[in-house]
Design a protein around this ligand. Structure first.
Ligand SMILES: [Mg+2]
Length: 633
């Protein structure tokens, strides 16, 4: 069945409303007419019966008058009836039709001689008068007739009174109905305009929504194609906005979106259209007609500049950044769909470049976006096809120089693209939600591997597995970790879960609860990328943490001022009884510095890159042999 649009529906409802009013009016009219007809018939019958009775009464009193031809008695009798009733005239006739006596009102009498035809009939109801004839009998023989004539003025007057009343009632009913219908129509109109507003407006920022954006873009392109104009599309995606919602609540997030929308409106010209097309996605349509060209780069730059100012909500200050991508009609695309896709590709490229930056569309971005789409599609089947593998990066204890643990890192062996970097596919997995399935698989595979190493003689090797934000929010997380441990038989103390500082701070209270649960199971917990987020020291004390992993950026900047930070992290961690792993150790210099600061263990290319499981085992054996050689010498 063909679907009706909202406006078509409203139009139909209105047509139906007018139709029903007409039908109701017609029904009222027909019923009023029927009622009037019925009433007039009733009144007519009543009047005839009433007058027939009178005529009968006169007839019953008339035999003597007729037999004795007593005109005086007859007149007296007739006038007494005529006085009390609206009789125009009353007459007594002999059986031969000759008049005996008559009482007459204003008009001339009905008959001077009673016509032959009238001697049988009982009454005649005309337009103006009712004539009633009643025979006077004695011993079954007609000796005369009583003829009464009534004017119908009074009858019509009464009828008119009733008719007027019926019509007034019908009219009142019609007016009430019309009034309620027009009230209903007003309410429908109001609801319609409300719905129209809601259908095209984002309720939080009051900006046009995606629906309105599509319409506006199509109009702008149409106009630009007619007037040889340009249309620039500037797409903005707020970076890490989810964190604000998760840590400060949705009310604060919404307020921030409103402030951001306001700032966007102030940055753009009134002729430009700013829309909110998704949770944290905004778009600006910039149209220019004639020879003026659209400076999408300038607009993107201006937007990022005004966004650099903090947003203040109460006592809090927030810094928002966005990844901005733009495309330009007619140069990048000739239709809205492609134009949006290209702005999206540019925005994605800005995100890949580390966010808080802008990009205009370049043809090669299309390939990147297409590759991303292809990755997204094939990632869904990667698990079934066994294309994912784990590589293990050794963690070396700095005192014993032994491999004490390994971080399991996912690798994707794509049938077409070869080895795909996790930096490329992990964000895709996170966006699509596939990360939960991938994370589960990695956890199981890593535990299985560690259990196998135990059997190979490398006992008490700790295996570190990264947990994503989505996994942390998964209510079944605890359950499936317990299942995996039970299935693989790995001692829980050998499993270490790495959670980044950012994820840990996303939902502090529920995370504390979850971490305590994991600790109770005997599982080790580590904060990953420590120093890049904004952990509060007070929280750090409350998290049941076994290990901190100093982010690689600090290790790499050892001689550029990070040494003091590393020293502070180590001192703090050790005072809380937490051991420290430094990530990304690549040089001897870095290693010596960390040793001198009493860092517990390190991980990085200086010792080894992440290795496939068999190579990792060989590496462990080599390191163990090396360490025993050193002990022997
Ligand atoms: Mg990690």
């Amino acid at each position: 069945m063909k679907k009706e649009s909202f406006s078509q529906l409203m139009l139909r409802a209105r047509g139906e409303g007018a139709g029903s009013l007409f039908a109701a009016g017609l029904a009222l009219l027909v019923s009023s007419i029927l009622m009037i007809l019925f009433l007039s018939l009733m009144m007519r019958t009543d009047l005839i019966n009433e007058q027939l009775i009178k005529a009968r009464i006169i007839a019953a009193n008339s035999p003597a008058v007729l037999l004795f031809e007593d005109r005086d008695a007859g007149r007296e009798m007739l006038s007494s009836f005529a006085m009390s009733q609206p009789i125009e005239d009353a007459s007594l006739f002999f059986s031969n039709g000759k008049l005996l006596v008559q009482y007459s009102g204003e008009d001339s009498p009905a008959f001077d001689v009673l016509p032959e035809a009238w001697r049988q009939s009982h009454y005649k109801f005309g337009m103006r008068q009712l004539i009633v004839v009643q025979s006077v009998s004695v011993d079954g023989k007609d000796i005369g007739y009583v003829v009464l004539r009534f004017g119908l003025g009074h009858f019509y007057q009464r009828l008119l009174g009733y008719v007027s009343m019926i019509l007034i009632v019908a009219l009142a009913a019609f007016l009430i109905m019309k009034f309620s219908l027009s009230r209903m129509e007003k309410m429908v109109n109001k609801a319609e305009s409300n719905l129209e507003y809601l259908a095209h407006t984002d309720p939080i920022t009051q900006l046009p929504n995606r629906h309105a954006f599509n319409k506006k873009l199509a109009e702008s392109l149409e106009l630009a194609s007619q007037c040889r104009g340009e249309v620039g599309l500037v797409l903005l995606d707020l970076d890490n906005f989810k964190v604000v919602n998760d840590t400060m609540g949705h009310q604060c997030g919404d307020e921030l979106l409103r402030m951001f929308a306001q700032r966007l409106l102030e940055t753009t010209r009134s002729a430009d259209t700013v829309c909110r097309i998704g949770g944290d996605e905004f778009v600006v349509i910039v149209s220019r007609i004639g020879r003026t060209s659209v400076d999408v780069l300038g607009i993107s730059k201006r937007i990022l500049t005004v966004m650099a100012e903090p947003f203040k909500i109460g006592v809090h200050e927030f810094f928002l950044t966005a990844s901005v991508g733009s495309s330009l009609y007619p140069w990048d695309a000739g239709d809205s769909e492609t134009l949006i896709r290209k702005a999206d590709a540019a925005m994605y490229s800005a995100k890949l470049k580390g966010k808080n930056t802008f990009e205009t569309f370049m043809p090669e971005m299309d390939q990147i976006a297409q590759r991303r789409l292809a990755l997204e599609n094939s990632l869904r089947r990667a698990l079934e096809r066994n294309e994912l593998v784990l590589h293990y990066q050794p963690q070396i204890d700095l005192r014993s120089r032994k491999v004490v643990g390994a971080e399991a890192l996912m690798r994707w062996n794509h049938p077409e693209y070869g080895l795909v970097s996790p930096a490329e596919f992990i964000p895709v997995a996170e966006e699509t939600g596939l990360i939960v399935a991938l994370g589960k698989w990695a956890l199981q595979a890593a535990c299985q591997q560690a259990a196998a190493w135990n059997e190979a003689g490398f006992t008490s090797m700790r295996i570190a597995v990264n947990l994503s934000a989505r996994q942390m929010r998964d209510p079944d997380l605890m359950q499936y970790i317990e299942n995996i441990i039970r299935l693989t038989g790995l001692p829980p103390a050998q499993l270490e879960l790495e959670i980044t500082e950012g994820i840990m701070m996303e939902n502090v209270h529920s995370n504390i609860k979850l971490l305590h649960g994991l600790q109770k199971e005997g599982i080790c917990l580590a904060i990953d990328d420590f120093g890049t987020g904004y952990s509060s020291m007070a929280y750090l004390k409350r998290f049941p943490i076994d290990q901190l992993k100093i982010d690689r950026s600090f290790v790499q900047d050892i001689h550029a001022g990070s040494d003091a930070i590393i020293g502070a992290i180590l001192a703090m961690a050790h005072s809380l009884g937490i051991s420290v792993v430094a990530e990304g150790v690549e040089t001897e210099d870095q290693l010596h510095f960390l040793e001198s600061m009493a860092c517990d263990s390190v991980q990085g290319f200086y010792f080894s890159r992440p290795l496939p499981s068999d190579q990792f085992l060989a590496y462990c054996q080599e390191m163990a042999a090396e360490s025993s050689r050193q002990l022997a010498s």
